[in-house]
Design a protein around this ligand. Structure first.
Ligand SMILES: *Cc1c(COP(=O)(O)O)cnc(C)c1O
Length: 366
């Protein structure tokens, strides 16, 4: 069986270094907000080429805390609208509604799955205060165009970078385009911890400072609370795990891109459409998503050939029970995507023979 993603095998490559890092934290006697986190924040900021990175407990908190911080800074208020792609993972939308702002669900570009400048512009109203662009499946959104729209309309830009660590356009990486970027280090993400973790990137000194307080009960100084904050810290052990794995991220991304190149070059089945990608570094292939009208059959067929695939995602956020207020929305592009998409395995340590097997099996499907 070819697993969709074999995390045990991925982390086994680094077992020695991970164990050493873990022991270093155990021996330090310091487990929360210490040297490992500070060093990881600096290393991750350098990786994204931004001034500040702020570690938090997970990717959802990274998104939500940026919006919360902008409220504290007087830049957003309840009822303001934030434009977000309708086909995103539900976390992007939860981060907005959790803050009592209004998510404005916008149909994505059906080719890239990301926000397109035209639909974004059309969705702007007098209440629009921000754009939340999601770099879905690992492809960077059209940030030069989106930033121009934001500038013209005086909007904040928050990037959901949970699937796009290291993706870049014109040498500028995810998390360095908008006013802030939110990252997840959930174990299955391109940079994955061995538990939950997340971070915010920004070049805004004040935002970084407010975030550092918000994640720690609203406090910079023990027992002095500036805000009604939360507890959302990235702990020392996970920071140490992430420091090890960050060193290998570029190599893993190259492996993912090489597998994607093979899929795109060698899958030739008229029933299947492949992602559009010009071979540039705008894509880090968190997922390799194909589309077919026969999605559920292809999923079963591949399973019968010993290949595990997954669906990202089976149900659109506006069709979820959690958002019954959107149940009558008609979003044909988004709904079509959820009916047709299927993700092939693209783990960074897949064997050549496994990639061959997957290509052959998809080509055999009729
Ligand atoms: C994974 C993910 C998140 C949430 O990250 P967690 O660390 O699981 O909270 C948010 N947005 C997108 C697009 C994601 O893929």
């Amino acid at each position: 069986m070819i697993k969709f993603l074999d995390l045990k095998m991925v982390n086994n490559n680094y077992k020695r270094e991970l164990s050493d890092a873990c022991n270093r934290v155990i021996d330090s006697g310091w487990y929360i907000l210490g040297q490992e986190l500070e060093t990881f924040e600096q290393e991750f900021a350098d990786f994204c080429n931004v001034k500040y990175a702020v570690g938090v407990a997970n990717g959802l908190d990274a998104l939500a805390l940026v919006i919360r911080a902008w409220k504290e800074m007087g830049k957003l208020k309840p009822g303001d609208e934030i434009i977000v792609p309708a086909n995103t993972y539900i976390a992007s939308i939860l981060a907005i509604s959790e803050n009592d702002l209004v998510p404005v669900l916008v149909e994505p570009d059906p080719k890239t799955y990301n926000l397109c400048p035209k639909n974004t512009e059309k969705a702007i109203t007098i209440k629009t205060k921000a754009i939340l662009s999601v770099h879905l499946y690992g492809l960077l959104s059209p940030m030069p165009e989106l930033m121009a729209i934001a500038k013209e309309n005086n909007l904040l830009v928050l990037e959901d970078c949970a699937q796009a660590h290291g993706a870049e356009i014109n040498g500028k990486r995810a998390g360095n385009w908008g006013d802030a970027g939110a990252f997840s280090f959930y174990p299955g993400k391109n940079l994955g911890a061995l538990g939950d973790a997340g971070a915010i990137t920004t070049n805004d000194k004040e935002l970084a400072s407010v975030l550092k307080a918000l994640r720690n009960y609203g406090s910079h100084k023990k027992y002095e609370n500036l805000y009604k904050g939360v507890n959302s810290r990235l702990d020392e052990i996970q920071a140490a795990m992430l420091r090890v794995k960050l060193r290998y991220l570029e190599d893993e991304t190259n492996n993912r891109r090489n597998i994607a190149k093979r899929y795109i070059g060698e899958i030739i089945n008229p029933l299947v459409s492949l992602p559009t990608w010009g071979g540039d570094s705008d894509h880090v292939f968190h997922l390799f998503v194909i589309e077919t009208e026969h999605r559920d059959n292809l999923h079963e067929f591949l399973l019968s050939k010993g290949i595990e695939t997954m669906i990202h995602y089976p149900k659109a956020p506006h069709k979820q029970q959690a958002y019954t207020e959107y149940k009558d929305f008609v979003l044909p592009i988004t709904e079509g995507i959820h009916k047709r998409v299927l993700s092939l395995p693209i783990g960074p340590f897949m064997e050549e023979t496994e990639v061959n097997q997957i290509i052959n099996a998809v080509n055999l499907y009729e």
